[in-house]
Design a protein around this ligand. Sequence first.
Ligand code: DGP
Ligand code: NA
Ligand code: NA
Length: 209
Amino acid sequence: MGKETMSRGALIVFEGCDRCGKTTQCAKLKEKLVDEGEDVELVKFPDRTTPIGKLINSYLQMTEELDDRVAHLLFSSNRWEAMELMKKKLKAGTTLIVDRYAYSGIAYSSAKGMDLDWCKNPDVGLIQPDTVIYLSVSEEIASQRSHYGGERYEKLEFQKKVHKNFLELQEPYWEVVPGDASVDDIHKQIHSIVRKTINQSKSKPLLKL
Ligand code: DGP
Ligand code: NA
Ligand code: NA
């Protein structure tokens, strides 16, 4: 068949603190791209449905205690167990919108005081995103939204550290999007970034972190 069947989908990752609006924006972006005729799927990490994900869920809900390193490695394993299928889908032309990825692993774990390089290692080799959308929410807005769900990391002081860590992880393929504007304005900004990414990624090889 022609060139079109050869072009791959894009790997679009959303990152940000808890309550930054990521999940809403992922859903809106998917809807818009589907309307435009793109083949697109949502992926969410942690994926709480797998055996490893169920353990992570218990840990986040604080019904299970784990050594910090064990928790870190489980989050990473939860990404690794999805990699083969993600690679297959990308190669088949499906664009993946991913809600959290390896950067969450590093930003959250290192906010506990864990060594940064140690935290980075387990995710080395995962597929590199084509674009990371970092939804940056001001402290003002974050504190207004601070009725967190009560999971392990949902505390303002901790989130401030996570935000600072995220900003130190920026790569050339990151786009920091201010998350304080209206849902629709943020969506428009993200959509124009992602449109470009999808067009530019078609003929690029998949790289690794
Ligand atoms: P969410 O389902 O997006 O609310 O994420 C669950 C929580 O887990 C959230 O506080 C962010 C945190 N998290 C996500 N990925 C990782 C990771 O790889 N490592 C650690 N330590 N925390 C993570
Ligand atoms: Na936040
Ligand atoms: Na959360």
